[in-house]
Design a protein around this ligand. Structure first.
Ligand code: FAD
Length: 481
């Protein structure tokens, strides 16, 4: 099967019932349930966007095995131009949601591509694992599947590893192995987009490297409908209203779920790493997956920062505050964020090099800078939207108010803006509210702070890995001059 249509994605979800819980109830129809209806349509729209342009090279490429046109986010890049081409494709998807869909399928497609290219890394303990990851990548690419993932053990006691929690089966771990596969019991947090086709359950970092941690060291992937797999969702942030009232939350509420493994059998052909704590701890870096994922992330950051620049600039124009110096300064600050993300993306491509796995891999230091700076930049941009919008972010009638014959004349009179009629001003300020104040908008801030890892530990990793010796030597030389 070539790059899928949105309808094929929806049919795929329907064909695979899964155990998703929300508000104390099990979801019967994931495609039409109110909490998931809108986001499934948004993911479907991404697939339509890709399929609609599948005739050309912009969104797809020819599969090296089937010869079908498959999604470009699966491409194993061989050149810097390949990286730029993949970035342009990812930007097209990111722009669709203004960067508000963190789990557009390209994010994990890039991770899976890198793991498959580095299959020998998985195969060093057991050669079967190399075959498994290669076959899985090909399966996902040829069927254009959508993946979710879960990496983190439950947040019970962070002072202790998974093996010394009060219950050894709190964190998902292997309880037994058989000819059929491995059996997993316990939980992982947090999987965004439980309306995916399959889930990658990949190494949780920072295991201690002791024998007790071995049962928690693995990488595997299974269909979301696998028996015993349960998704426990938070409440929805989609208010189930119109796109006028809730322009973002009614479209892009991806949902987050804790994943419970109730003695889930993972067949051997879906196991990619097992029992090797050191190998699991290093896997994302050693395979190059973290770099390719960060390349997608910086692309999403560009789209998101540009979107917020657009929203903020339209607000400034609407209420005629552009002459105030601090307003210009605030818009300039967002421009610097946009431009720095673009520069990081370009630098990562310009300095890309072929990895030991034969894949053109974006340079890590600029991407590391991007992934560490954006979690602080994003809340800053949200603060700017709040500071520019002020009370206008609260004076925002809903569509039903506008449709009321009695209220309409009042709204037209009192909600007008210097350069926008009332209806258009309300539409814009409702969007700004959804960016900066709604439950959806607040979750986006938390997402940006944490989804790529704990910022504290990411900074510690930079401290440990960045080669500062040359600059220290230079300053020593200066002091000695
Ligand atoms: C909206 C959202 C969506 C997400 N989606 C996904 C997803 O789809 N898939 C996925 O796998 N993950 C996802 N995550 C999880 C994300 O990977 C984690 O939030 C992140 O890795 C941090 O881990 P934690 O949340 O368990 O925080 P914790 O590790 O529990 O940290 C809590 C606090 O304790 C501090 N702390 C804990 N341990 C240490 C330590 N050793 N040293 C220093 N400080 C420490 C942290 O700095 C932080 O302040 C998502 C998170 C969010 C918020």
């Amino acid at each position: 099967m070539a790059a899928r249509t949105g309808e094929q994605f929806l049919q795929g979800l329907l064909a695979q019932p899964r155990e998703v819980w929300i508000g104390g109830e099990r979801v019967r129809d994931i495609v039409d349930h109110p909490a998931f209806r809108n986001v499934t349509r948004s993911v479907a729209a991404l697939y339509d966007l890709q399929h609609g342009r599948a005739g050309g090279d912009e969104m797809t490429y020819l599969s090296p095995t089937s010869g079908d046109r498959v999604g470009l986010s699966f491409l194993m890049p061989q050149s810097r131009e390949d990286l730029a081409r993949v970035r342009r494709m990812m930007k097209t998807w990111a722009d669709f949601s203004g960067g508000m869909m963190g789990r557009s399928p390209d994010y994990l497609n890039r991770a899976l591509m890198a793991y498959a290219a580095a299959a020998d890394y998985c195969g060093e303990d057991d050669p079967r694992f190399a075959q498994h990851i290669r076959a899985y990548y090909e399966h996902v690419r040829e069927h254009d599947l959508c993946l979710t993932h879960t990496l983190i053990n439950p947040q019970a006691n962070r002072a202790a590893g998974p093996s010394v929690q009060p219950d050894p089966h709190l964190a998902a771990g292997v309880v037994r192995e058989s000819d059929a596969g491995i059996v997993i019991r316990g939980a992982r947090m947090l999987a965004t987009l439980p309306v995916a086709d399959e889930i990658m359950v990949f190494p949780s970092t920072l295991l201690r490297g002791t024998d007790e941690d071995r049962p928690y060291a693995f990488a595997f992937a299974i269909p979301c409908g696998t028996r015993g797999l349960k998704f426990l969702c938070r409440e929805t942030f989609d208010p189930l209203g119109s796109t006028f009232d809730y322009p973002l939350s009614s479209r892009f509420e991806e949902m987050d779920a804790v994943v419970v493994f109730d003695d889930v059998l993972v067949p051997w052909e879906r196991v990619f790493l097992l029992g090797d704590v050191e190998r699991c701890n290093k896997a994302f870096a050693a395979t190059g997956a973290v770099g390719h994922m960060a390349h997608q992330v910086v692309t999403k950051n560009i789209a998101k920062a540009e979107f917020i620049l657009g929203v903020a600039s339209l607000m400034v124009e609407a209420i005629a505050i552009e002459q105030f110096q601090h307003v210009q300064g605030k818009i300039a600050e967002i421009i610097y964020i946009v431009e720095s993300m673009k520069a990081f993306a370009r630098a990562s491509e310009a300095d890309a090099a072929v990895s030991r796995w034969g894949v053109m891999t974006p340079s890590w230091p600029p991407l590391d800078a991007a992934r560490n700076l954006f979690p602080a930049m994003y809340p800053k941009m949200i603060e700017i939207v709040q500071l520019l919008g002020a009370s206008g972010l609260m004076g925002r009638p809903v569509k039903a108010d506008l449709d009321s014959g009695e209220l309409r004349p009042l709204i037209e009179q009192y909600y007008q803006a210097a350069r926008l009629p009332a209806g258009e001003r309300i539409r814009l300020f409702r969007l700004a509210w959804d960016v900066a104040l709604s439950s959806f908008g607040s979750r986006q801030v938390l997402y940006e702070r944490f989804f790529f890892g704990d910022p504290v530990r990411m900074q510690m990793a930079t401290f440990a890995s960045y080669d500062r010796q040359p600059v220290m030597d230079r300053v020593r030389g200066f002091l000695a001059r």
